[in-house]
Unconditional design. Structure first.
Length: 137
């Protein structure tokens, strides 16, 4: 599925990325975006536990949205950085400093402990878990 959207082993699009100015980048983000940045992938339809997601891994789509991310960063005790959008802008996909992946909407959902697992979960339709007021999921 990733090869169909332009991904290949050794891919590095670091020089072509447009990063949002109102977020502070960290090493986990750099690694993910170098390899997967600017990919548009996925197909809508039924999945394993929920609908499958389409992804647009363009972090610049979150320009001006840092105020939406800050309360969630505080909630989980770790900075969040946008990787792009899912389902044609219905939510942001974000990674934290520990490499965990979340969906940012009017609430926060936990997807996986790593980007690779999160990508698989979203593309295959595995259900994310809500994050409660104590930052637990």
């Amino acid at each position: 599925m990733l090869a169909e959207c332009g991904w290949h082993a050794g891919r590095d699009v670091s020089a072509a990325l447009k990063l949002p100015k109102d977020f502070v980048i960290f090493p986990t983000v750099q690694r993910i975006l170098a390899e997967f940045g600017n990919l548009k992938c996925g197909k809508r339809g039924p999945g394993i536990e929920c609908a499958r997601s389409t992804l647009n891994l363009d972090p610049s789509l979150a320009e001006g949205e840092s105020d939406r991310f800050k309360p969630y960063s505080q909630l989980i005790g770790s900075k969040l950085y946008p990787l792009g959008e899912g389902d044609d802008g219905h939510y942001f996909v974000a990674v934290d400093e520990r490499g965990r992946v979340f969906l940012v909407m009017d609430f926060l959902m936990f997807v996986a402990d790593s980007f690779e697992v999160a990508l698989e979960n979203l593309l295959l339709g595995r259900k994310p878990r809500p994050v409660d007021e104590q930052g637990k999921y």
